[in-house]
Ligand binder design. Structure first.
Ligand code: ATP
Ligand code: MG
Length: 600
């Protein structure tokens, strides 16, 4: 459950080598792809050959299916693919793998492009936008399918799905040939064209590769290449009623785009022999550019306390367990963004977890540590009180004058004087945290209790006199008296020594804010992996909304501004709701605490 690399010892910005970088280093050294030509756009072999030498040293791609919003696992893949292209003078293509007419939607296409841009990457290179969609290649895929049929390498199978399953065999038993396997290429071609023309209903036939029904790799037992689906496609409309299978489409997409290193997750390892088989055949047939792309697999990201599957995340949205794809508890990129994560923190996270060939779980705290490391030098500091109770300074009027408000200030950032100071006022009444007062202090408690002196941070030293409680014993107000001439930053302020230092917000200038205290979405480290229903594993405490008070500098800020609230952790002004309510109320999300406290 720990990160494979020791994140703390990785110097900032240093690129840790990994098996993919070693492969690329080797390919560049050997000039594997140096002779390739590029037509300026995805194309078949002849068109690429007529083009100029490929200006990209390597080509990678990020190929999501537009059937949901991207999550933190995709962020890993984006940082990996775009990052390798950036570091090696290559290009990373943004490609929609939209071979499945159902479930895909323009809303998701837009959301995915937004997420990749926001993460800091671009698919523009050498004056071209490398934004592609698999459905643009349907014509070529169809042509490739016909060429396989003509070469006797594919056939139309009209067994029922049940028969096909039964004939497939299993790990211990070889499959048996379909009775349709011996059809002539002419018959297959005619039948395949009938499929395309819509003469057969859904499920009546599939086009299969003719490889080896006895192969120990089940994926090589005549895999399906095309299926019939009378469905409208979000991009090609009703042009097609047959659609390529993912395993057939993906290698072709890579080949047309001149991809050199096709990086995918480990589940696809068993598909690699077919990937190579198909591209070997198409290259031999002169259809695709040589040398062809190669597939490499890495371990997908599993992050504790969240799920990384679009399907499961969609379920949470559809069943309203969260407010939407951008709910700040969601591990989606839009959710993390609204929660307060920055592109840099996600890049840092991706860099630190690295890439490996072995599946593992990354602890959620690794993500939070990356966020803190990114925000610590950036986020403005501010004071906020999340569970407010009033501190009343009884001698204020006598010592300072009735109604007097004393201006105080603090650095916007403790390590960067150039960012200036934040201003707020000290008065007779201050908001403090309820937990900062005790009638009789436990051992080691240095904050407010009768007779104790504390410093109100950036303000004065006060001496606690006691507290008022209501009939139920609830704290109503804490009483104190000012110790004069102790204002922070004035001569002699340190004459009175205190052990407690308390954050506060003035009642006069503090602003009431809605504060959303987010926590982990699931209560168990590996949700959805046991026999329990995923929904039963949701953390019931994942959102607590409180009304607190924030100092003026944190109230009027723009949406998306990040803060470190002293003692409390990192907060962000909510992208959607900050200042949008009736009276323009600030709405702040907790991103994460100051240190890892989960389960402690
Ligand atoms: P999901 O099951 O969530 O839909 P997917 O793999 O089906 O995930 P795609 O849209 O096909 O989603 O993924 C696009 C790219 O993102 C793929 O190349 C895939 O390998 C990568 N990817 C998806 N999930 C992860 C993950 N958890 N860790 C790393 N990479 C991932
Ligand atoms: Mg998928």
């Amino acid at each position: 459950m720990t990160a494979p690399t020791d994140s703390a010892s990785t110097p900032e910005g240093a690129k840790t080598s990994n098996f993919l970088r070693q492969i690329i280093d080797r390919d560049l050294e050997q000039g594997t792809y140096a002779q390739r030509h590029w037509a300026g756009h995805p194309a078949d072999a002849a068109t690429h050959q007529a083009g100029a030498p490929d200006p990209a040293r390597i080509r990678t791609r990020f190929p999501p299916e537009p059937n949901g919003y991207l999550h933190v696992g995709h962020a890993k893949s984006i940082c990996l693919n775009f990052g390798l292209a950036r570091d090696y003078g290559g290009v990373c293509h943004m490609r929609f793998d939209d071979n499945n007419p159902e479930k895909e939607d323009q809303e998701y296409v837009d959301g995915i492009l937004d997420a990749v841009r926001w993460l800091g990457f671009s698919w523009d290179a050498h004056g071209t936008s490398h934004l592609y969609q698999a459905s643009d290649y349907f014509d070529f895929m169809y042509r490739a399918a016909e060429s396989l049929i003509e070469a006797g390498l594919a056939y139309v199978d009209e067994q029922t799905p049940e028969q096909m399953r039964a004939h497939r065999g299993d790990f211990s038993k070889p499959g048996t040939d379909s009775p349709y396997r011996t059809r002539t290429p002419q018959d297959n071609l005619a039948r395949f064209r009938q499929m395309r023309e819509g003469q057969l209903p859904d499920g009546a036939a599939v086009l299969r590769a003719k490889i080896d029904m006895a192969s120990p790799n089940l994926n090589m037992r005549d895999p399906a290449l095309y299926r019939i689906k009378h469905a409208e496609h979000h991009h090609t409309g009703n042009d097609w009623c047959i659609y390529p299978m993912y395993t057939f489409a993906h290698p072709i997409e890579d080949a047309l785009e001149n991809i050199t290193h096709s990086i995918c997750t480990l589940e696809f390892e068993d598909q690699r022999p077919f990937y190579d088989w198909l591209l070997d055949r198409l290259r031999e047939g002169g259809l695709i550019n040589a040398p062809q792309p190669r597939q490499y697999e890495f371990a997908r990201l599993n992050l504790t306390y969240v799920v990384t599957s679009k399907r499961k995340l969609k379920h949470l949205v559809d069943e309203r367990h969260v407010s939407g794809w951008d709910d700040p508890r969601m591990p989606t990129i839009v959710g993390l963004r609204r929660r307060g994560y920055t592109p840099e923190s996600l890049q840092l996270f991706a860099e630190r977890i690295g890439v490996t060939k072995a599946d593992s779980w990354i602890d959620y705290s690794t993500l939070e540590i990356a966020l803190r490391d990114d925000l610590d030098p950036k986020a403005a500091r501010a004071m906020a009180v999340l569970d407010p109770v009033k501190l009343v300074i009884e001698n204020w009027d006598a010592v300072m004058g009735a109604g007097h408000l004393e201006p105080c200030s603090a650095p916007v950032h403790p390590h960067d004087e150039s960012r200036g100071r934040r201003e707020f006022t000290f008065g007779k009444e201050l908001w403090i945290e309820r937990s900062d007062y005790e009638d009789s202090p436990p051992k080691g408690f240095f904050r407010l209790f009768p007779g104790n002196k504390v410093r109100m941070k950036y303000g004065y030293v006060v001496e606690c006199l006691g507290a008022e409680r209501d009939a139920a014993g609830q704290l109503v107000a804490v009483r104190a008296q000012l110790v004069p001439d102790t204002k922070s930053g004035t001569p002699g302020a340190d004459a009175v020594k205190v052990k407690g230092n308390i954050t506060w917000v003035g009642v006069a200038d503090g602003v009431a804010a809605e504060i959303r205290l987010y926590d982990r979405l699931f209560a168990v480290p590996q949700p959805g992996t046991g026999d329990k229903d995923l929904l039963e594993e949701i953390n019931p405490e994942s959102l607590k909304v409180v009304t607190g008070y924030v100092e003026p500098s944190a109230a009027g800020c723009a949406a998306d501004t990040k803060f470190q609230f002293e003692r409390h952790g990192y907060f962000v002004a909510d992208r959607a709701d900050h200042l949008k309510g009736g009276e323009g109320k600030p709405v702040l999300n907790r991103v994460t605490g100051l240190k890892d406290s989960w389960g402690k």
